[in-house]
Design a protein around this ligand. Structure first.
Ligand code: PNW
Length: 466
């Protein structure tokens, strides 16, 4: 038996996002986001599902906050819906703001720290061109400052963007997420505009509020070559690592996009896209790096004549999100996989945290917080109503041990937020793939899964026993 005790002050919590849980998509003046629209595209989302009702958090937030309090969680990372709080004419929508005000008050009354993410993919449909339009970055700053005026007295931790890789390469390059485009040029343009939005908003928030804690959340997918000695495999792994992992963090913490990635992207970086001064804006200092981690990947080059078939999902032709390595083939490993087919690799998590510390956050002198980590598992509902999810407990346990090992190795890791508080709308996978530590029944009733009770015991004792 091994006991892992976490440092005092380590944050313990959970995370969600607006479109995945709120529902109430046309209440109190909210207007459609690109996800509302995308969900109407035939085949875009499994079973034709959408976030119209989601898990009705808009009406059940008190119950959800009470559940967190009962579990002993001290931090809640949520996102706000831009089109709920800002009207198409740019003016604030008081009814939308009021929802988040009530949520924040409820959290504070329960001694839970609110951690606000400004953008978790539900871009207002009314913004012409979405992230293809540089002006969206300026509209993002306006939105950020409206939120700051309303909430800075009560919210002290702010994340600009969640996973810009997903909002660009997966959304404009692969077609898998809203708005569902498959253009490498658009993917790069969206990625850069997202980075500019992050930088401008960080500057404006910092100027208005020097003591707020500001950051961004990036998703990291470590990737290695199937044949570590094979030049072709290694080059594919380098390319994927370049766009998926290094592109964003190096712009933010080093003030430059990686030279090899710019070379790989070639003409997809349009002339004039990266304006003078953009990288200074993008590398405005942050206070914390949010790390989302789910899995790792091992890739190989296709054999001669082994052509990649176009990937058709529910009748829609998707492209590879790895626009500089679309031919890469993922190799199955001797590891358990989750319901999404993602390999369970806690060692990869430990190694990632150590790499990030050594190469990026250590030199920049900033701490990290795990802002998402979790697994989609087949939960078993017993006759007595209990929900058994041993696979999820195993996942959390392995990854918390890995996080602890990273701390022991010198990583400045300050907290862990489990994804997710409740089962929710898992984007293109709809409601079938469940990440919650609370289950949600068809009648929207919440129930603690075994993993919630297990996590609560860890959180309350600040100790993991394996
Ligand atoms: C993250 N990928 O999404 C998001 O931040 C959450 O909203 C989501 O529910 C969670 O992880 C689980 O999926 C990702 O394809 C979606 O590499 C897809 C990928 C990565 C992250």
């Amino acid at each position: 038996m091994t006991t892992f005790t976490f440092p005092p002050g380590f944050r313990w919590g959970s995370a969600t996002s607006s479109y995945q849980i709120e529902g109430a998509v046309d209440l109190d003046g909210r207007t459609p986001s690109i996800w509302d629209t995308f969900c109407t595209v035939p085949g875009a989302v499994a079973n034709g599902e959408d976030g119209r009702v989601a898990v009705d958090h808009y009406h059940r937030y008190r119950e959800d906050v009470a559940a967190m309090a009962a579990l002993g969680l001290d931090t809640y990372r949520f996102s706000t819906s831009w089109s709920r709080v800002i009207r198409p004419d740019g003016s604030p929508n008081p009814a939308g703001l009021d929802f988040y005000s009530r949520l924040v008050d409820e959290l504070l009354a329960n001694e839970i720290t609110p951690w606000l993410t400004l953008y978790h993919w539900d871009l207002p449909e009314y913004l012409p061109g979405g992230w293809l339009n540089r002006d969206t970055a300026h509209r993002f700053v306006d939105y950020a400052m409206t939120m700051h005026e309303q909430f800075s007295d009560r919210v002290r931790i702010w994340t600009t963007l969640n996973e810009p890789w997903c909002s660009s390469f997966l959304s404009y390059g692969a077609g898998e997420h809203a708005p569902g485009h498959t253009s490498p040029v658009e993917a790069v343009r969206a990625a850069h505009h997202l980075m500019v939005a992050h930088g401008l908003a960080t500057q404006a928030l910092r100027a208005a509020d020097p003591t707020a804690e500001l950051g961004i959340t990036l998703n990291f997918g470590p990737v290695s070559a199937a044949d570590p000695d094979g030049a072709a495999d290694r080059d594919l792994a380098r390319r994927i690592d370049g766009t998926a992992n290094r592109f964003f963090i190096e712009a933010i913490l080093r003030g430059a996009y990686p030279a090899d990635v710019l070379e790989d992207l070639g003409e997809w970086v349009e002339p004039g896209l990266i304006a003078d001064g953009d990288l200074e804006v993008i590398s405005t200092p942050i206070d914390v790096l949010g790390v989302n981690y789910y899995t790792t990947d091992v890739v190989r080059a296709p054999a001669p004549g082994e052509a990649g078939e176009p990937k058709v999902v529910r009748g829609r032709e998707l492209a590879s999100p790895h626009i500089t390595a679309p031919e890469a083939i993922s190799v199955a490993r001797d590891l358990p996989v989750t319901s999404l087919g993602w390999a369970v690799d806690p060692d990869g998590f430990r190694d990632l945290l150590i790499r990030l510390q050594q190469e990026y956050t250590g030199p920049a002198g900033i701490p990290m917080v795990v802002t998402e980590n979790g697994a989609a598992c087949p939960d078993e509902v017993r006759d007595d109503g209990s929900v058994i999810d041993d696979d999820r407990i195993e996942y959390f346990s392995g990854h918390l041990a890995a996080a602890h090992q990273a701390i022991e190795a010198g990583v400045d890791l300050r907290g862990y937020l489990a994804w997710s508080l409740v089962d929710n709308f898992e984007w293109a996978h709809g409601y079938d793939k469940r990440f919650g530590i609370l289950s949600v029944d068809a009648d929207l009733r919440r129930r603690e899964k075994a993993s919630a009770r297990w996590y609560s015991a860890v959180v309350k004792s600040k100790t993991l026993v394996q």
